[in-house]
Design a binder for this molecule. Structure first.
Ligand SMILES: [Zn+2]
Length: 413
């Protein structure tokens, strides 16, 4: 069956509309599910005034996301409906005759234009909303620096990948997906391994743990579970926000646990060791390796589907192009594939939520349930986390189970 350009465009537009309506509905549902009051058992650690502040914060963030997503939605529909992407292609084509360079300039223009158009929203998010609720620590200087570094990383990684992809498509045709899958698997592995040694230091400073009570306690814990202390680092999260966090990253000898300085500032030693124990749990239960395998499977599947349409002329025409162009097809593919990638993303989130329970259980077994519960409570209050997200919203968007669910499991038996 061959679809005409008109049919393809109609399908793309329907998908964009359906995606927007569905996302807006989920956010609306989530906003409505917040109760005005909390039971006394919860008020014992999330005092009512803080809770009201968190409600206000969430309303503010959600209403703001309605504005930004509506803006992006209207912009996408207009670009698709009026053939804006094809128009850009036909402006660039007479000037650039190398297809790889053409694609790079095409995506570069789109990326920069969309960044400029959404800049007011980015500024409002950081310097108005986050500022109002006492989270923001980002200076204009850091903001600009982040942008420039983000552009550089995006140009090198994104540009490199697009060039390689188009080169392989030109060289071997639809079978490109086999070789490119292999290269992507290696690249994802390398990024996983070097994330904390190459990418993170571009944006943040990592320092080894300072001598003191915390280090001593962590040292004895890491001896009992066999996780090298040399791999524990502190990151200057306070450079951008007062929100606290911790994470595990890397594979093999490159593995690292990173604790934010903002986490260390607001938690006692036992709570910090409990958080660390949770992160060690992710390592011991092999979540990183399985996560890597899952993402490679996802990439292979995506590339295979891409290979079915990447050289179709009608897809390019649907986006307003005048002839077959790989970059137009890549863009169309991104939209057409979004329901499927939403589905695979859903499985990834389910897997990730399951892992959180496993890591919590590990921390409880090897260190202390009450200390972990206390740390999670503090983290949620300090970050004004949503206590009562709608189950459907959690199902689609949450990589971590909601706090009260985690507490219920940690505190049982
Ligand atoms: Zn975790």
């Amino acid at each position: 069956m061959v679809f005409t350009p008109q049919t393809i465009l109609t399908i793309i537009l329907l998908l964009v509309v359906a995606g927007f309506v569905f996302d807006t509905f989920l956010s609306w549902l989530n906003l409505r599910s917040q109760p005005d009051d909390i039971p006394d058992s919860v008020a014992a650690f999330y005092d009512r005034e803080k809770y009201r502040k968190s409600l206000e914060y969430h309303r503010h963030r959600t209403n703001f996301s309605f504005v930004t997503s509506t803006f992006s939605f209207l912009l996408s529909v207009a670009m698709l409906y009026f053939g804006g992407f094809g128009l850009l292609d036909s402006w660039l084509r007479p000037v650039i005759d190398n297809e790889i360079l053409l694609a790079l300039v095409f995506f570069g223009v789109l990326a920069i234009a969309s960044d400029i158009l959404t800049l007011p929203f980015q500024l409002y998010s950081t310097f108005v909303i986050e500022e109002k609720y006492g989270f923001n620590k980002t200076t204009i200087r850091t903001f600009i620096g982040d942008k420039l570094k983000g552009y550089a990383v995006g140009a090198i990684l994104g540009g490199g990948l697009i060039s390689l992809l188009i080169y392989l498509i030109q060289l071997i045709g639809p079978d490109f997906w086999i070789l490119f899958s292999l290269l992507a698997a290696i690249l994802i592995l390398l990024i996983n391994m070097f994330y904390t040694t190459i990418f993170l230091p571009l944006f943040n400073k990592l320092t080894p743990l300072e001598d003191g009570e915390l280090k001593t306690k962590i040292e004895s814990f890491s001896k009992t579970v066999g996780f090298p202390l040399d791999n524990v680092f502190v990151m200057d999260g306070s450079k951008r926000s007062n929100k606290a966090n911790a994470f595990f990253s890397g594979i093999g000898r490159k593995k690292k646990i990173v604790l934010y300085d903002t986490l260390i500032a607001n938690h006692n030693t036992d709570e910090l060791v409990a958080v660390l124990a949770h992160e060690v749990g992710h390592y011991k239960k092999k979540h990183i390796i399985f996560g890597y395998i899952l993402s490679v499977v996802q990439v292979v599947f995506t590339l295979f589907i891409l290979s079915l349409m990447v050289q179709s002329e009608n897809v390019s025409l649907a986006l307003g192009g005048t002839q077959s162009a790989i970059h137009l097809n890549l863009l169309a593919f991104g939209i057409l594939f979004s329901p499927i990638s939403g589905l695979t993303g859903l499985f990834m989130s389910m897997y990730s939520r399951r892992n959180e329970f496993e890591a919590d259980a590990y921390a409880k077994e090897t260190f202390s349930g009450p200390a972990l519960a206390s740390a999670l409570k503090k983290l949620s209050v300090d970050n004004l986390s949503d206590l009562y997200p709608h189950p459907l919203y959690v199902f689609f968007h949450y990589s971590h189970p909601p706090l009260l669910k985690r507490l219920a499991v940690i505190e049982q038996s």
